[in-house]
Design a protein. Sequence first.
Length: 157
Amino acid sequence: MGCASSMTATHPVSPSNSPSNSPSNSPSDATPSAASPLSPALDTLVGSQWIAKALANPALPGRTTPRLQFISLTQVGGNAGCNSFGGDALIAGDNLRMGPLGATRKMCESSAMATETKFLAALESVRKARIVRSATDTQLEMSDDTGTVVLRLTRSE
């Protein structure tokens, strides 16, 4: 069904991936994005909750409303429209990565399952994010490694 088999992420975030000033022994942790300071905008994601409004531009079906919560700088969770999910996150500058994400395996109607599969895949493809404020709401625009916006979410009050 496109969902992972557990609620808990399979690879814990190592201390070298968390924002700290401690040196890293791993060459993969020495990338510029991992060492970048947090942007004030993305730093504010911690503790926030978001409702998916558009997945790769089309609106989502009305009965399926995926939600995303930034639990910490290294953990996300939420509901993908049918199942609860959680997993690792890395926020550095305007860079945002999520995954691996694990989800419960409850069966729902086929449209909800299809939306869930797309939503979780979109989250794992995210490489950058930006917060866009307007007079009516605050949106989180997430793009993949090509710069294409793959997901738009609205901040939940």
